[in-house]
Design a binder for this molecule. Structure first.
Ligand code: NAI
Ligand code: BGC
Length: 269
């Protein structure tokens, strides 16, 4: 890939699997030095495997343990990254979980866990990233922007999702968080955008593609007739973080094989 992120420092949260791993690899392919974040010791080996693959392909990557829902851990992740690498140029705010239940079965713990990781975690990381972008300012040899944040939202920032009220609320919240931060810091040349994936084949939605019947049912929601892959998202993230996208800020970019085209209306209505 063209070295459109050469030498830039990128933190990718939740990068030991799925879309985060896809973003880490794509950013590294584009020349970024990638911090592969993971949340707990049990994910360290998977994070190391992502970093090792990046290095095998000639890229640069380090792993870093941090639970993004914990303020002190997020502050330390940014401080340690700046100490080791000098700055942070790119944040991929990707870490996220599902804890599904019908509303009447939705415990406060399930609600708080999902909001805590998916929304508060993105807020904490964005706040620390923006502080560092403002401290460093623009360095034209790195990028036209002082910094770039990409929030991993979902088609469920606009598609309601019965049985997933905590998750859909977290993604709807990300949309307004992203736009508000983008509006506040555009004058300082900080770009903030969201990627809104449709169904991507990762551990989070294994039940939706793990059997031929489940996959067949899922494909009725996807006009383009294939499930997405982490590299689909990684390629968009690398481009969106680069100066090719320098005039884009405050946008939700859908990448969903047409899931948001209301496929039921193709033969009805
Ligand atoms: P995944 O389960 O493979 O990845 C989630 C990652 O977040 C894991 O690596 C996990 O270790 C990490 N994580 C969980 N809690 C964390 C915490 N407290 N601190 C740091 N990291 C933590 O699933 P996937 O699909 O790769 O999800 C990544 C993001 O993409 C999520 O925000 C998800 O909502 C979003 N997304 C996924 C879609 C899909 O169809 N797979 C579609 C739309 C959005
Ligand atoms: C969810 C997946 C789901 C996809 C499409 C994502 O936000 O995490 O479980 O397959 O949206 O509905």
């Amino acid at each position: 890939m063209e070295q459109i992120l050469k030498g830039q420092i990128a933190i990718v949260t939740g990068a030991s699997s799925g879309i985060g791993a896809g973003c880490a690899k794509a950013l590294a392919n584009a020349g970024a030095i990638v911090i592969v974040n993971y949340p707990f010791d049990g994910a360290a080996a998977a994070a190391q495997a992502v970093a090792d693959e990046i290095k095998k392909n000639g890229g640069s990557a380090n792993i870093y343990k941090c639970d993004v829902s914990k303020e002190d851990e997020v502050i330390n992740m940014f401080a340690d990254t700046v100490k080791q690498f000098g700055t942070v140029d790119i944040l991929i705010n990707n870490a996220g979980v599902q804890k599904d239940a019908s509303l009447t079965e939705m415990t406060l713990d399930k609600w708080n866990t999902v909001i805590g990781i998916n929304l508060t975690g993105q807020f904490l990381c964005a706040r620390e990233a923006v502080k560092e972008f403002l401290r460093r300012g623009i360095q034209p040899e790195r990028s036209k922007a002082a910094g770039k944040i990409i929030c991993m939202s979902s088609v469920h920032e606009v598609i309601p999702w019965a049985g997933h009220v905590n998750y859909a609320a977290s993604k709807g919240g990300i949309m307004m968080m992203m736009k508000s931060i983008a509006q506040e810091f555009a004058p300082q040349k900080i770009r903030v955008n969201s990627i809104c994936p449709g169904a991507i084949q990762t551990p989070i939605n294994q039940a939706a593609w793990g059997t031929p019947e489940a996959l067949k049912s899922l494909l009725t929601l996807i006009p383009y007739q294939r499930i997405g892959q982490p590299e689909d998202i990684g390629n968009l993230a690398a481009w969106l973080a680069s100066d090719y996208a320098d005039y884009i800020t405050g946008q939700s970019i859908f990448i969903d094989g047409g899931m948001t085209l209301y496929p039921g209306f193709a033969t009805n209505g």
